[in-house]
Unconditional design. Structure first.
Length: 208
């Protein structure tokens, strides 16, 4: 005996499970997603802001953030910010169903801290490179290329005892030096105050 007939395919509930008035195969899939997605993007360096951090523009991270704004049994999601094409893989019973939506990517242009400081001779730290000139040259190159991914170098000063690099962010210097596994002597000096916060300048001494 059956008492439900799927209005779409005509199957009955003694043959197929039902979800509401439709059989499971025909039941509409629940997917709620926004029409538009925004994130702050720096027009100068192209990085994007996630929480408080400015990080390299990454469509996969954008897809992850966007997925949190969507509702449904979303197993996986792909998103291309350039075209706005989003592909959702939704679980229904034991199968994955692919649904496409267009979600406009609307970046909010905002100049990041680094780009706004870059033009103003700002620096938080000095890396002092000391040792043989060829070692200094080698490490200057290495540090400059690593640091330019996460911060900027305000200036580089040639001294008779070595070289000083003035760098925008101390945090970035610490991260790069840790990554390279380099031994350093660190000195912090109080440099001033801004809005009640103490400002420090950090000197990293590298004997090469
Ligand atoms: Zn049906
Ligand atoms: Zn920037």
């Amino acid at each position: 005996m059956h008492n439900l007939v799927c209005p779409r395919c005509g199957t009955t509930n003694d043959r197929e499970e039902f979800a509401g008035p439709f059989c499971l195969q025909c039941a509409p899939i629940k997917l709620i997603c926004p029409k538009e997605f925004s994130i702050e993007v720096c027009p100068k360096c192209g990085r994007m802001r996630v929480a408080r951090e400015w990080i390299r523009f990454d469509p996969q991270i954008i897809a992850k953030l966007l997925k949190r704004k969507c509702k449904g049994k979303i197993e996986k999601m792909e998103y291309d910010p350039h075209s706005g094409k989003a592909a959702f893989f939704i679980t229904r019973e034991n199968s994955l169903i692919r649904l496409e939506r267009t979600i406009k990517f609307a970046p909010i242009k905002n100049i990041c801290v680094d780009c706004s400081r870059r033009g103003s001779n700002y620096f938080e730290s000095i890396i002092q490179l000391r040792g043989r000139p060829e070692r200094i040259a080698k490490y200057e190159k290495l540090l400059t290329s690593s640091l330019s991914e996460s911060t900027f170098i305000t200036k580089s000063e040639q001294l008779k005892e070595g070289k000083d690099l003035y760098v925008g962010s101390s945090k970035a210097v610490i991260a790069v030096l840790n990554e390279l596994g380099m031994k350093v002597t660190i000195t912090r000096t109080l440099h001033g105050q801004k809005q009640g916060k103490r400002l420090y300048r950090t000197t990293f001494l590298l004997r090469l």
